[in-house]
Ligand binder design. Sequence first.
Ligand code: ATP
Ligand code: MG
Length: 358
Amino acid sequence: MKKSLSFRLSVLLIIYTGLILLLASFTIINATHYHFQLYGNEMEQGHNQTELLNTHLEQAIIQSVGMTIGGALIVALILSIYIAKRISSPLISMKNLTLIMARGKRDVRLPLKGVPKDELGELAASINHLADQLQQQEQLRVSMTENIAHELRTPLTTLNSYLAAIQDGIWEATPERIQSSREEIHRLIHLVNDLEELQTLSSPDFDLSREEVQLVKSIDQVINFMQPSFSEKGVVLEKGIIPDITIYADEHRLIQIWTNLISNSLKFTQANGKVKIYGIMKPDGVQITVEDTGIGIPDKELSNVFERFYRVDKSRNRKMGGGGLGLAITKALVERHDGQIWAESNAGTLFHVYLPLK
Ligand code: ATP
Ligand code: MG
């Protein structure tokens, strides 16, 4: 049974008071009884009656008060040892642990085994949970920093060596070389923008500006905008049946979701391939699918592709690629809409997005 701390403290206080009252009653009865007996005996020996009574009453009171105080002190000592063991010592361990964590050590935890499930037990569990979160954040921060450094290093090194070669007169600054330098710079700008975007999306202050959006309209905009790139690569972009509904969403963000998925499909589909976008109604929502006949994704990588900086083919021709943040951003956007996104792959790849209607 779960016993709260206040309950246990009240019980202790009641027990303490009860014990003191018992002790007081017992010593009063005992001392009075004893002194009245003495008084009786001394009376028979002919002593002064009033004087005797006064002395024995005084003695009985002093003795019972003394014994009660002594007993109360002993009981208080025993109870305070119990309270110190049960309450202060877990609090001290928690304080020590938080101090250790504040100094940057993240792999320390409080033992929970055998700890009573009261407020203190819950506090210890919360502190452990907080430590887990901090450790995770720390790992994420470290891996993000490593990834960013890695992503920045390659284009910067390339640019630096281009410029050095031109400066040394080894290379001429031909339009092609300037163009490829600009592409590197463009990639850097893309990466920085994506990083900023991801930061914005994960901030608790970020809010969607939702309104009633015509689903088909948001998809048509992306199709029109992307059509030229498809024609250029020789890939067919097809619009299947899309439920004619309005959803309560942020139109700009919705367009961003379709753009990321369709541009991925274009990137990973060879000439003469096909990319199709279609949707079906689901209970309380709608499911939009972007399907392509591209290179596909191995089954075991299907859930990883939503991780930051994750790319299936690490050594892929860099010309093809962005920073691997597109799907992480897309997932964050879908989840901000209370939806879900998942991938499926057979010959090509299918990305499904479920969005609730309200
Ligand atoms: P960015 O979107 O930041 O420009 P990216 O496209 O490489 O870079 P994501 O959009 O996050 O990054 O995709 C992550 C990885 O998932 C890709 O590198 C690719 O390996 C795989 N992937 C995504 N979409 C497809 C697809 N339609 N077909 C095959 N692989 C895909
Ligand atoms: Mg992408």
